[in-house]
Write a protein that binds this ligand. Structure first.
Ligand SMILES: *Cc1c(COP(=O)(O)O)cnc(C)c1O
Length: 366
């Protein structure tokens, strides 16, 4: 029996996608091979990566002056590649400044890593209120190499409701946990990047969407694998790409297209999130710690209203355990924030959210 998997990542994939992958496992497109067995440079594999890129361009409306890359190293490697390629210098101390907005654990990691290769300046932070809101974003300063934000904060469950105006300074965003969840104007950004394992496919591939003029600025000492120009020149085939993961993203994109595209997916996501937040806001036992204006569509943390810490912990442990027994998996909050969290990515059906609410109502009753 399939469970409802509320994991933050790797996370639920559409059943249709898994079934299609299974059907094509030993013989993909009449080639007599699994996609896993194909040379990445073969005529059998080429149409797969090309289809994945074309579909991503179509569904996200990616303008022609942007490159799409399929890289490894996760979103975490982008935390280093971005400053290396856009702000690092041959001369120590001569690095460019880069603006960062601190909205949670992932943006903080980007800041720590970025500080090794750029003069990082944290221009705003919501750390004062445990990251439960998105701070006012100040205008960039002259000379900033880029302006980095985390559009959706997976752990605390916030998202930017409006984008900062950065003028000619390239806006860069980590969109790991919200890619394709809602329409996004790619032309507002210099670089967008996302680890696939939240909303796109299996772990092992990272999608990078980069405006052409931002390619080719890495200092000479940059490792060849960490240069955007390396991967742009070779169409993500400088070395062996994560072939099977790219194929899986293609199947997920087919599924989104069949549903009617990102607008339709966004409508479903709003329905799911509205249903869950309405329940939380009316509940006597559970509440959302996040400022209403900045609530995530994808990751919804919730907390038990109980003053006694020990009792609260006991109830949370029991909640996660009993939910799992009822087929509602991976509801424990992130180890850094505690409580519970339901990640309701594109592939989570609304009946999963309904089942969770029914379970929570029963839990409240006893
Ligand atoms: C999961 C996540 C990451 C880390 O991604 P990796 O692919 O594991 O490096 C980074 N940023 C955000 C917003 C995430 O949700």
């Amino acid at each position: 029996m399939r469970v409802f998997n509320f994991s933050a990542g790797p996370s639920v994939l559409p059943l249709q996608v898994l079934e299609r992958a299974a059907a094509e496992m030993t013989d993909a497109n009449g080639t007599g091979q699994s996609v896993m067995e194909m040379s990445h440079r073969s005529k059998d594999y080429k149409p797969i990566i090309e289809k994945t890129e074309a579909l991503l361009r179509e569904l996200m409306g990616i303008p022609a002056n942007y490159k799409v890359l399929f890289l490894q190293g996760g979103a975490s490697l982008q935390f280093a590649m971005i400053p290396l390629n856009l702000a690092a210098s041959d001369i120590p101390g001569d690095e460019k400044t880069a603006a960062y907005i601190d909205t949670g654990v992932w943006s903080d990691k980007a800041i720590v890593e970025g500080s090794k290769y750029a003069k990082v300046e944290v221009r705003a932070s919501s750390k004062d209120k445990a990251y439960t809101y998105i701070p006012q974003a100040p205008a960039p300063k002259t000379g900033d190499a880029y302006y980095h934000i985390t559009l959706n904060n997976t752990i605390v469950g916030t998202k930017w409701d409006t984008l900062p105006e950065t003028g000619s300074v390239p806006l860069i965003s980590d969109i790991s946990s919200c890619i394709l969840s809602e329409p996004l104007d790619v032309s507002k950004f210099g670089i967008l990047y996302a680890g696939a394992q939240k909303n796109l496919g299996p772990a092992g591939v990272t999608v990078v969407i980069i405006r052409e003029d931002l390619v080719g600025h890495a200092p000479d000492w940059t490792p060849i694998m960490l240069r955007y120009d390396t991967h742009v020149a070779e169409g993500s085939m400088f070395n062996t790409p994560p072939c099977y993961c790219i194929y899986m993203i293609g199947l997920v994109l087919d599924w989104i297209k069949d549903l009617g595209g990102v607008e339709v997916v966004a409508k479903l996501n709003h329905e799911k999130a509205d249903l869950f937040y309405s329940y939380l806001d009316a509940s006597q036992m559970f509440y959302s710690p996040v400022d209403k204006q900045f609530r995530s569509l994808m990751n919804i943390p919730f907390i038990i209203t109980e003053q006694d810490e020990a009792k609260k912990l006991e109830m949370e442990t029991r909640f996660v355990k009993e939910a799992a027994a009822a087929g509602l998996m991976n509801l424990a909050g992130h180890r850094l924030v505690g409580g519970m969290r339901a990640s309701i990515y594109n592939a989570m059906p609304i009946k999963g959210v309904r089942a969770l609410i029914d379970f929570m109502k029963k839990f409240e009753g006893c």
